[in-house]
Ligand binder design. Structure first.
Ligand code: FE
Length: 215
């Protein structure tokens, strides 16, 4: 199968928002389209490993913020390159909360959606959802997945590297250490903790990097 053929199906890029018992979670999604007008419905596909997807499974509700072509690249890095399991993504960006769901302040349009059906595939879950509210906020060209692939990705990656560097400097200046939240092991290796491979485990109790905290 020629995977390049699939890139010729066009998508936008959106910030998806959901709530986990009042904690705001979110991610970047591209597979969104209107599929009916009675009821007004859209389809959304999320990967099954996504924490935001798990929250939508539980609550049956989500928000979408439509991104403009001129958004700062960090918005995409913030929502796309981290997990809401370990990061409060919304606190890093200007946003507002309406009736329990988070929305990006800088948007072209926003939607609130209620899940009608979900279909589980091996890699993804497809939600068909009713649009219960839609607001057209400003004119402008929506950012597409093609924009990301053709020119935006490098800017997004650079913004994320700068963000990580700043965080590291702040951590160093504050004298904080990465500590295993399970057994209390304090990381003191020469390689900065952030640069350790994803499969790094605590040498004492064996849990992964995601269970370490800066303390
Ligand atoms: Fe440990």
């Amino acid at each position: 199968m020629d995977m390049n053929a699939l890139y010729k199906l066009t998508h936008g890029l959106y910030v998806l928002g959901a709530s986990d018992n009042g904690k705001m979670v979110g991610s970047i999604v591209d597979a969104v389209m209107q599929v009916a007008n009675k009821p007004m419905a859209i389809a959304l596909s999320c990967t099954n490993t996504s924490y935001t997807k798990e929250c939508i499974d539980r609550t049956g509700e989500f928000s979408l913020s439509v991104l403009c072509k001129d958004i700062p690249p960090f918005i995409v890095a913030n929502f796309g390159y981290q997990s809401s399991r370990t990061t409060d993504k919304w606190s890093a960006v200007k946003h507002y909360i309406n009736n329990g769901l988070p929305y990006l302040q800088d948007n072209l349009a926003v939607f609130r959606c209620k899940v009608l059906h979900s279909y589980k595939l091996e890699s993804n879950t497809l939600f068909v959802a009713e649009v219960t509210d839609a607001v057209d906020n400003k004119s402008g060209e929506p950012l597409t997945y093609l924009d990301y692939r053709s020119y935006f990705r490098q800017e997004v990656m650079t913004s994320f590297q700068n963000f990580q560097k700043e965080n590291k400097t702040m951590a160093e200046e504050s004298g904080k250490k990465w500590v295993c939240t399970v057994c209390g092991y304090v990381y003191d290796g020469d390689i900065p903790f952030e640069d350790l491979p994803d499969d790094y485990v605590c040498p004492l109790c064996g849990v992964g990097k995601d269970l370490f905290e800066l303390q």
